[in-house]
Structure formats: structure tokens, C-alpha cells
Design a protein around this ligand. Sequence first.
Ligand code: BGP
Length: 494
Amino acid sequence: MADALHIPDGFLWGGATADFQCEGGFGEGGRGLLTRDFETDGNQEQPRQITLKMPDGSRTSVNSSFFMCEPFPEGAVPTIYDDCYYPSHQAVDFYHHRREDIDYMAEMGYGVYRFSITWSRIFPLGDEEKPNEEGLEFYEDVVDYLLSKNIQPLITICHDEVPAYLAEKYNGWEDRHVIDCYLKLCRALFERIGSKCKYWLTFNEINAIAGYIATGSPKTDPQTHYTCIHNMFLASAKAVVLGHEMMPGSMFGTMYALSEVYPATCNPDDVFRRMQFRHMSQFFSDVMAQGYYPYYAQDIFRNLGVDQAAFMQESDAEVLAAGPLDYVTFSYYRSAIIHADTELKRLGGDMNNPYLKNSDWGWPIDPVGLRYVMNEVYDRYRKPIFIVENGLGAYDKIEEDGTIDDQYRIDYLRDHLREMAKAICIDGVDCLGYTMWGCFDLVSLSTGEMAKRYGFVYVDMDDKGNGTLERRKKKSFDWFQRVCATNGDSLWQD
Ligand code: BGP
């Protein structure tokens, strides 16, 4: 048995989901269309597609995935076709199973549940004057039910999506008008549930997003992308100011994907390249946590041919400075290595680390990398951190007796959580909590599959949405229940 490290009391244990991966309820409660709703399923070989209609009525599609989304051909309009499967429409139907799902969370002993708002459930088009009452009622019910079970909500205001109408009318975040639409969404949420919710995230993985799905723009060139991003920075800073005004004591973060951890060797060229690569991601958290563009932004923009003056207005610096984040959150699933000749991108890297084993989906399993990233982020900002996504996507099998023996998931989580405990207890990182990705199984973001399962609770549904949607506990359910009940002490007792 390893020596126990005692995580300070008050640490928040829980789980995380995203609306379009779990909620469903498509067309119900007045929900409008989202950019996500045009995205088909895929798998490890076949990227997800956005289905499009051309001006002459013919069909086409472009690839979309995690952090890659192709630009649209001129005149193409996102269109839903009856013979395609769109996972966001049903997802795993949290919309109708919410109480059951929250009951499972309560039984596990969660102290926090991170979920995201379907923007078009609150503002179906995005630029209406008044919010949709049914949408607000839905989220209020979720929040109230969570609180009745002593689970704190942690709300992602926008998780990689835009109402489809805002995309069509304004090219999404390309247009500053969308900042006002986003703030309207924030105001409606803060007014309705703000007094009950302390923790907020303005955006999800803002360093990873690309193209139509998350920005609403059909274009993906760097100038357009960083224009959209700049407008999101402004929206986030304004939301922080508004949130603090309307909800004293509230805390605001944004979430970053931070996986590219190591230089391939100690060759100075590898090490320097890794620093440049890391800057591509740190750029986002630097602007938002510190409230200004970092010095190295000029190098990134020069390399990408981005003209900052074209989107930066005079008063913007003041807006950014007024709304820095209170805490910094990130997702961590895997690590990657960077070579001297790795192309500079926001995410990616080489996933063939000879010291690590990979998951069924080729993601290197690296618990020590989590401790590294926790230190890196805390050291950079000296603000509390929160690990808001971590977990193992794996194939699960139901045994003849109905049980699911996901020991591999327990091993993954135990090893990561031990490293997290070391970062907190030995290194001194101020970490507010940990939300495991996908408390219950949900649709994979990158591939749209159901087979890539993360949850402690199994959901009976296949890659095409067939199944009873029945929930059942996996072996890891009881294991995590003990982790929560002992505030992590049980991690050292296996
Ligand atoms: C993160 C996203 C989540 C989630 C997770 C796992 O980047 O914020 O939405 O899905 O990755 O990825 P995947 O579902 O592709 O395995």
C-alpha cells in the first residue's frame, strides 16, 4: 500500500458532461437549432461530417472533428438529411433522464456536477429580446435537483457550439454583435439561477475549437479564426464583469485542452519547439487569465499571417483587463510529444511515446503528465485551478450476469488521481476540485461514437442511437463512491 496523502477538506469531487453529447431533447421545449445539430456520427477511420446543401440543391459535406473542421464551399448551407444520423438530437437523453442521472451522481457522493447550457434552448435563434421560458425552467430544474442532493452546479455557458441562426445571419463569432447575444444569454442565466450557482466557465476548450461548429463561421483561415477568438475573449471578459456584479462571490473560469506536454528529447531544438507549441495554447489562457495579449502573440500572428489590428479596437485592451478569470480549468486525458520539426498548431503532437501505453483510441495514458500540467498552470497564473475533464474512453462489455468489469477505468483514474493528490499535497498546487468526464456514458465528441465510453454508469445505446437508454452501474461506480466518501484516502488503500 502506498503512503496516503490527505487532500484538504472541501475538495469538490464530481463529474462533467456537455449538452450536445448527453442532453438530446431536440425540438422539445422550444429548443432552436445548434451548429452541432448538422454533425453526423463517425468512427476512428471515418471523420464526422457536417452535411451541406449546395446552391444547386446537390448534397455535399465537410469533415469536422475535435480540433479540425474544414471550411465550407461557397454558398453551402448546413442541412439535416433524413438518411443521416446526427448524435446530438437524441444524445443519451439526459433531457428526460435527468433526475435518474442525478440520483446516480448523488449515490456516488458527488459534490459537484459540471454541465453545459444549450444556448439555443434559452435563445432558440440567439438574438431574440426575451429568453425562452421553457429552456430556463429546464436548467432551473436541473440546478434545484442537484442542490437538493448537495451537489454544486459548475456551469459551462458555451461548450463548442453556436445557435445555427447566429451562424447563418452573422457568421457567428466573426461579428461583434454575437458578443451582445452571448451576454444576453449570460444575463438570463445569472438572473434565473445565478443566486444558486457559484462556479461558471465562459467557454470550453477555447484553444481547441475550429470552424463552423464552435465559431459559427464557415471559414477557417487564421484571420477569421482569431477574429472570432478575439470576440470570444471580449465576451468572456464582459461576462466575468457582469457575473461579479450580479452574483457577488461567483467565480469565473474558462476551460483549456492541455495535452502537449513533452519535448521529444533534450535536443535544444526539440525543447524550444515544444515551448513554441505550448505558446499556441497558452496564448488563450494568458489572454483570459491575465487580461492582455502576451508578448509572443506577435510571433504567432506573424507565422500565421494574422493582422491583429484588423480586429483589435482601441477600447478592447480595457475590456480584457477588466475581466480576468478567477480560476483556471483544463481538460487532461493524455500527453503528446513535440519534435523540432512538428508543425506549429494549437493541439496535436506525436502520440507515440515509447514510455507510455495507449488507450483503445490511441491516446497515451500518462498520469504523471497530469501532475506536470497542474504545476505548469498553477505556476503560470497563481490562481486556483480546477481539473474539469479527465477520464478513459474505452470499450465496455456487459457480462452474462449483467455486470461490467471496467477495472481498466479504475486503474486509469486511480493512477491519475494519485498524481493529482501529489500535486496538491506535495507540490502545493491550489486545486478546487476534479470532475471526471462523463459520469454516465455519452456520445464521443471527436468520433460521434457511443462505443467510446467514459462513464461510471453504462447507457444502453449503440453508435446509431439504438437501445433502451437503460442505465446500469459499472464496477467503477462503487470504486468512485469510495473515493468521494473518503475524500481520496481510498486511492492509497487498493
Ligand atoms: C474534450 C471535450 C469533451 C469530451 C472530451 C473527450 O475535449 O471538451 O466534450 O468529449 O474531450 O473527447 P472524446 O469524446 O472525443 O473522447
